[in-house]
Design a protein around this ligand. Structure first.
Ligand SMILES: [Cu+2]
Length: 262
């Protein structure tokens, strides 16, 4: 059965455990749509045949005579919608709004990254060895410091940046704080089934747990200007050891580079 579904609706390579749930939801929605499509098609053909001109040369202006059935149908639709709203939509919204499905242990283990989007490139800022980012203030924003990082903050001295490539360790929760400098972008990582808007002025966290070593594409999923199509980046999922070595190799001096795109 799974193989048939995969053939009918092939999905991009999956590299995030939780992505299975999203694929499942996509399959269910497509299933519902297929049922609706076939149902309406049958209704359409039936109506064409049953009410063809030869059979009913004169239009009836009185409409439905048996109001009982239509009232029953309408009540049914209202009940179904109330059930969807109260038992599916509201609990789903509550789950999302009460947020934070990471356990305390996962949170400790997680790696936090600032995803800085701007026309038309991706920049990634990592907290250094201390695991804490330097302060950011709107009042510090200048042409040379567009993200407003505080160069005086000692906690930020070991922060470092990587442009265009997000390097992360496998089997580790990643919390990506998405932000934008100019217009609305969208951090889209198909292989992780992650898509989060980057909105100027706010920082929105999204998280995922990569479970497969490899290189995957980042695209911008929000039309953001002339070179939107070229706004690409790479997610490089490496082993934990490789990540630790890479992090050590990053000179803390790069923290002094305030803008990813100088
Ligand atoms: Cu964009």
């Amino acid at each position: 059965m799974n193989e048939l579904v995969n053939k009918l609706l092939p999905m991009p390579e999956l590299a995030n455990e939780a992505g299975k749930d999203i694929d499942g939801l996509i399959y269910v929605i497509h299933g519902f749509m297929a049922v609706l499509f076939i149902g309406w098609l049958i209704y359409y053909v039936t109506a064409l045949v049953k009410f063809r001109r030869v059979e009913s040369p004169k239009a009836s202006y009185t409409g439905v005579k048996n109001k009982k059935i239509s009232t029953l149908l309408e009540t049914g639709v209202v009940i179904a919608e109330v059930v969807i709203l109260v038992f599916i939509a509201l609990p789903g919204w509550y789950l999302m709004a009460s947020g934070d499905r990471l356990t305390e242990d996962q949170r400790k283990e997680a790696i936090e990254v600032h995803v800085n989007a701007q026309q038309f490139a991706w920049g990634f800022r990592y907290a250094g060895e201390d695991g804490v980012f330097g302060t950011q203030k709107t009042s510090l924003v200048t042409v040379n410091n567009p993200w407003g990082y505080d160069p005086e903050d000692p906690r930020g001295q070991d922060d470092f940046i990587n442009t265009g490539e997000l390097i992360i360790p496998v089997d580790t929760p990643i919390i990506a704080h998405c932000r934008s400098m100019d217009v609305i972008h969208s951090f889209s990582l198909k292989s992780m089934r992650v898509c989060q808007d980057c909105i100027p002025g706010i920082s929105i966290p999204t998280y995922f747990v990569p479970n497969k070593i490899g290189r995957y594409t980042i695209t911008c999923a929000q039309l953001c200007g002339g070179s939107h199509y070229a706004m690409r980046g790479v997610v490089n999922v490496v082993s934990k050891e490789e990540f630790a070595d890479w992090k050590k190799s990053k000179a803390p001096a790069s923290a002094n580079v305030l803008s990813e795109f100088e």
